[in-house]
Design a protein. Sequence first.
Length: 113
Amino acid sequence: MIEPVLTAHADQISDQVVKTDGRNTGVPLLDIKPVNARIEPGAIIRNPVTIGNQAVIMMGAIINIGVEIGDKTMIDMGVVLGGRVQVGARCHIGAGTVLAGVVEPPSATPRRH
């Protein structure tokens, strides 16, 4: 039983909270809970974006606002997808790739097609 050990060491145990969203940011991060994709820790995904079903977003990827990622596409480690970049279905964007995009002015709302 773990309870006696926890009770005996209660004064040495502290609760820690790690925030995974932005603070005072003009562009919030995406709430990834409802997304049907594998998103590894350390990916930074700005909101709004579209991420296809069964896509894979690896650690260190940076995905800016307005990006569209197709179904079953893999965004590898360290990839940067600039504003409004479109990646089709069943693609693999290799590690370290930068696909430039633009959202001007920074306060602009991404256009939907």
